[in-house]
Write a protein that binds this ligand. Sequence first.
Ligand SMILES: CC[C@H](C(=O)O)C(=O)SCCNC(=O)CCNC(=O)[C@H](O)C(C)(C)COP(=O)(O)OP(=O)(O)OC[C@H]1O[C@@H](n2cnc3c(N)ncnc32)[C@H](O)[C@@H]1OP(=O)(O)O
Ligand SMILES: [Co+2]
Length: 134
Amino acid sequence: MLGRVNHIAIAVPILEEAAAIYRDTLGAKVSAPQSLPEHGVTVVFVELPNTKIELLEPLDDLSPIAAFLQRNPAGGIHHICYETPDINAAAEKLQAVGARVLGDGTPKIGAHGKPVLFLHPKDFNGTLIELEEV
Ligand SMILES: CC[C@H](C(=O)O)C(=O)SCCNC(=O)CCNC(=O)[C@H](O)C(C)(C)COP(=O)(O)OP(=O)(O)OC[C@H]1O[C@@H](n2cnc3c(N)ncnc32)[C@H](O)[C@@H]1OP(=O)(O)O
Ligand SMILES: [Co+2]
């Protein structure tokens, strides 16, 4: 079911400040911001040799990451995204063993234009997991 780590996401209060740390202090290549209204966030990707860091800022108070940032005002690691070859088969298999697929259980299109799903953190050692079909 699981392929490569596609990205590790960090929720941040101010995206431009966080992007500048990775670009200027850490010398990394950082993409331009992408607003994703259907996901309630604006994101940038930090390109690394073996994976990416996704920096996430809430679009508004209704964002799914708003409560996370209220709990963690300075920001923090938000989710891990694993690649999977067949996201619907993965969802079916996970639901069959009682794992919670968030939302209505059908994949949405993520920041890379690929289908994504999220799995409840309480079912995976307190870690929010995103699956991206690649
Ligand atoms: C898809 C576009 C882009 C991409 O990569 O392509 C993205 O990644 S967009 C990312 C933003 N979208 C999402 O995160 C969608 C999925 N997330 C959610 O639906 C919510 O964030 C949810 C349900 C995971 C958490 O909702 P909320 O923060 O409102 O809190 P709850 O009270 O419902 O939380 C229940 C329980 O889980 C703990 N929690 C919450 N978030 C996380 C987290 N990121 N990591 C670990 N644990 C988390 C929270 O503390 C609660 O625990 P409790 O012990 O009951 O207090
Ligand atoms: Co993500």
